[in-house]
Design a protein around this ligand. Structure first.
Ligand code: ATP
Length: 417
């Protein structure tokens, strides 16, 4: 059977993955066998999310009625029912709902009625609390398929410590990363010297290690020194897989979806207030504005180096009329030209503009020239993929350390054209 849970936390506390970890213990205690535990990230652009729009699914062998009762008791005991935006959902089904519903919740928007329709169609047991919104995520979690998958080992705090400062030795986290990278990632951000894997929110999570296998995350975890944890759980996840992306075309992007878009840089990138960098791409007469916000740190320097004519592919979510960049792939670099007034052949001084369409004039000897000096500027960028740093990475975004994006073939294609 599949058990799904979602929407149990609030910004003030709790975490659905913690309830999942506790439920796993209780199911095992009741004699049920756990086959898989999944942390399923859904559309990162839904407005109702508390943090990372995660839901959980547990695959187990045992009695569905007993499992449903245990799951509901767990949620009723632990969920943040007092918070206005917390609307838990619990589902248990012997038959997995169609994967279409997972993809809809991952890449698009769904309604509670749609979730209930899906649950009824497979004869699932379900309970939606308050406005029942959590049924969407819970249903999508048990419908999930992971053609690509990663793992996260989550370590939870003892209850009496919730809300207090986390005691996790930063040096041991850097050591864990050093010892196990590239088989684990995003434990720390070495470039920006920041710990990434420990939240600052008052929830039960102490830290989480992400990696390519259960063995890799366990190995990294063994290096970490911290306060005594309450329990731990390894989840199979769709994090770091780019599962949220669909191919998109400039001019046809829909709000709240995440895309891979190709285009040509239309204008020099502009750095705006707060250090946000804006990039205009054009494709087939349509334009799309892309943004690299301040938290993407050094990634903005890559964007700033682009010049009109560069051919690129970008990934990110389309929100508020612009695409928030997660990755940037450069397939072809244009020539960057610097156009300046020429040097006067007589005085060896740089001429100045003689006025619009009047060419150039030497201020010293009065000599005139019509032709500017055109210099080819050396490009600092190289074709290839660039990404935001771990501190700014979205849960679903595939880190480049996992290999080149699946579109590399088509990037090569455009290089050959
Ligand atoms: P939690 O740890 O509780 O899961 P979270 O940041 O993951 O926190 P939720 O509290 O689960 O966010 O809130 C997300 C809400 O949005 C849930 O009720 C979920 O069912 C719903 N939801 C998820 N994906 C979609 C979607 N694609 N369309 C509409 N609603 C969605």
């Amino acid at each position: 059977m599949w058990i799904g849970i979602d929407d149990t936390d609030s910004p003030a506390g709790m975490c659905t993955t913690y309830i999942g970890a506790i439920l796993v213990q209780q199911l095992e205690h009741a004699g049920m066998r756990i086959l898989d535990t999944r942390l399923v990230r859904l559309n990162p652009n839904v407005i109702h999310k508390t943090r990372g729009n995660a839901a959980i699914a547990i695959e187990a062998e045992g009695d569905t009625e007993a499992a449903f009762a245990l799951a509901c008791t767990c949620v009723e005991a632990l969920a943040e029912f007092g918070a206005a935006g917390t609307n838990p959902g619990v589902v248990v089904s012997r038959i997995r709902p169609p994967q279409d519903f997972y993809y809809a919740a991952l890449r698009d928007f769904c309604t509670v009625d749609e979730a209930i329709g899906v649950l009824d169609s497979v004869g699932a047991r379900y309970r939606g609390y308050k406005n029942r919104r959590g049924l969407i995520g819970a249903t999508a979690a048990i419908a999930s398929e992971f053609p690509d998958r990663t793992y996260e080992l989550l370590v939870y705090r003892k209850r009496e410590r919730w809300g207090t400062l986390r005691q996790v030795d930063a040096r041991s986290l850097f050591c864990a990363e050093e010892e196990t990278y590239p088989h684990t990632w995003d434990t720390v951000d070495r470039e920006n010297n920041v710990v990434v894997c420990a939240p600052h929110t008052p929830d039960p999570v102490l830290f989480g290690i992400r990696g390519e296998s259960p063995a890799a995350v366990r190995e990294a975890r063994s290096h970490v020194r911290s306060e005594e944890p309450a329990c731990e759980q390894v989840y199979t996840t769709n994090q770091g897989t780019d599962a949220h992306l669909v191919p998109g075309t400039a001019g046809k992007l829909r709000e709240g979806r995440s895309y891979l878009v190709r285009g040509t840089v239309a204008k020099p990138p502009v750095t705006g207030p707060g250090g946000h960098v804006s990039l205009l791409l054009a494709d087939d007469g349509e334009e799309v504005r892309c943004m690299a916000y301040e938290p993407t740190k050094g990634f903005r320097d890559v964007v700033r180096e682009l010049v009109p004519g560069d051919m690129v592919a970008v990934t990110g979510s389309y929100k508020g009329g612009s695409l928030n960049l997660e990755k940037l792939g450069i397939s072809r670099l244009a020539d960057a030209l610097r156009i300046r007034p020429p040097i006067c052949p007589a005085c060896a001084k740089r001429m100045t503009s003689a006025g619009t369409r009047k060419g150039y004039k030497c201020r010293v000897c009065g000599a005139r020239s019509r032709e500017p000096e055109v210099e080819r500027v050396e490009r600092l960028l190289r074709p290839g993929w660039y990404e935001v740093p771990p501190t700014a990475r979205r849960h679903l975004a595939r880190p480049l350390v996992r290999g080149v994006p699946v579109w590399e073939e088509s990037m090569r294609q455009s290089n050959r054209e």
